[in-house]
Ligand binder design. Structure first.
Ligand code: SF4
Length: 228
């Protein structure tokens, strides 16, 4: 799909901004159909645990570990009462396993004591949990509960700046900038699309502008095109 490039003035206007977001969603939606987290889970607790394990680890490796982990630990209490050394062994292949085991135990004790072991479906309550920040909270809201949330991970942060959707470097500020310009019903999808595009095309080391389907909608891409 090809749409005429937007002028600088148009880009500034609200309507153009809305169209730009709509076009990005449309184009990347075709590039990455069914975009959602690659972490496997069957309930909110599993996603929460998988998210803790995914720090500095690939989703594939996390999924490999959680396939047996989730059969062994079925409730927040199971993790809270688990032997720390055993839990460390069970999650070892995901790396940083000592810190992660401690984090999971702390988080699940908190869940058991304050929420009867149930993962809350509310952002403020989620971020009140031990070790849970807005990124994880929004991921769980969007993926496990279907409640829109913008996940600002390293890819979303980088792409938001390159495309020109935010000038901020702080993830929370970027989240609020995106909340302003992306329709709420698309918050979860939009994050997932940027994450996939960041992994596949707009990588941290070398953005592949020449292969990018949203080049004409991207500040850095338009700049690159002018200079090339
Ligand atoms: S045009 Fe370049 S910088 Fe912009 S999103 Fe595409 S790859 Fe990233």
């Amino acid at each position: 799909m090809r749409v005429l490039p937007l002028s600088k003035e148009e880009m500034m206007s609200e309507k153009a901004r809305e169209k730009r977001i709509r076009d990005i969603i449309k184009i990347l939606g075709k590039e990455y159909p069914g975009a959602r987290t690659a972490l496997e889970f069957s309930n909110p607790l599993e996603l929460l645990v998988a998210t803790v394990l995914s720090a500095q680890c690939t989703d594939e490796r996390v999924n490999k570990v959680t396939r047996s982990l989730f059969k062994k630990y079925r409730s927040a209490r199971d993790y809270a009462e688990a032997d720390l050394r055993q839990l460390e062994e069970d999650i070892r292949p995901t790396g940083f396993y000592r810190n992660k085991a401690k984090a999971i135990k702390g988080l699940c004790s908190d869940l058991s004591e304050r929420f009867h072991g149930e993962v809350p479906r509310d952002l403020d309550q989620l971020v009140s949990l031990k070790g849970i920040g807005r990124k994880t909270a929004n991921l769980v809201l969007g993926e496990a509960f279907g409640i829109p949330g913008i996940v600002v991970d390293t890819h979303v942060l980088r792409l938001s700046q390159r495309i020109g959707l935010s000038k901020n470097r702080d993830p929370v500020k970027v989240e609020f900038d995106l909340m302003e310009i992306v329709p709420k019903k698309h918050w979860t999808l939009f994050s997932n699309l940027l994450i996939l595009h960041g992994r596949n095309v707009c990588t941290a080391r070398k953005p592949m502008h020449d292969r990018c389907e949203i080049l004409r909608l991207c500040d850095e891409g338009v700049q690159w095109k002018k200079l090339s």
